[in-house]
Design a protein around this ligand. Structure first.
Ligand code: FE2
Length: 198
């Protein structure tokens, strides 16, 4: 695999995260680290996904929203999808709502999202891209190690993994919330996208 040029500027990610800063509750350092994680995920997903119409815009939007509500709760898939749906509606992109909801809802799966299922190319590439970063490059799905190292070095997301996710987990436990991230199908139902994965 010859990976693409690293994208270091993603205006859609910047725009979305700029207009949703209230989610970080003043944790600017954590929010910058989340943005770095989003940039990494877009770059890994571009290396893994087949090209398609508006592929990069879809990847950028899903990356910006996929963990957005992690600053509030560990049960964050549903509120992240809801924020994404609202933004897609506002910007006239509601026809992407199902595909992008699936990309977010399925991104914690540890097993493959089958190619016969709805919107599989980007859903599976996005799932793999997140796993490449979360596994700190131990899992790479054929992306050259040097590329993974270069992308991870270009964007510093360490605070997001060290602090933001664990503190969200703590709050979720205190509120006795079900960790919905373990239940992707449930996340689709709760965000109003029931059955779109078939
Ligand atoms: Fe993520």
């Amino acid at each position: 695999m010859i990976p693409p040029e690293i994208l270091r500027s993603l205006p859609l990610v910047d725009e979305i995260l700029g207009s949703h800063r209230q989610h970080c509750h003043g944790d600017d350092e954590g929010y910058d680290a989340y943005k770095a994680h989003a940039y990494r995920v877009v770059n890994f997903a571009r290396a893994l996904a087949p090209d398609g119409p508006q592929r990069d815009d879809k990847l950028a939007i899903a990356a910006a929203f996929h963990d957005l509500a992690a600053f509030d709760t560990l049960d964050y898939l549903v509120p992240s999808i809801e924020a994404q749906d609202a933004w897609l509606q506002e910007t006239g992109r509601e026809n992407w709502s199902d595909e992008l909801a699936l990309m977010v809802a399925e991104h914690h799966r540890l097993s493959r999202y089958r190619q016969t299922r709805a919107h599989a190319p980007l859903v599976e590439a996005f799932r793999r891209a997140d796993l490449v970063d979360v596994s700190q490059g131990r899992i790479r799905f054929g992306i050259p190690r040097s590329y993974v190292t270069e992308v991870r070095a270009a964007f510093d997301a360490s605070v997001f993994f060290k602090r933001v996710v664990p503190s969200g987990a703590l709050r979720a436990v205190r509120k006795f919330q079900l960790p919905g991230f373990l239940l992707p199908r449930n996340a689709l139902v709760r965000s109003g996208h029931e059955g779109i994965d078939r």
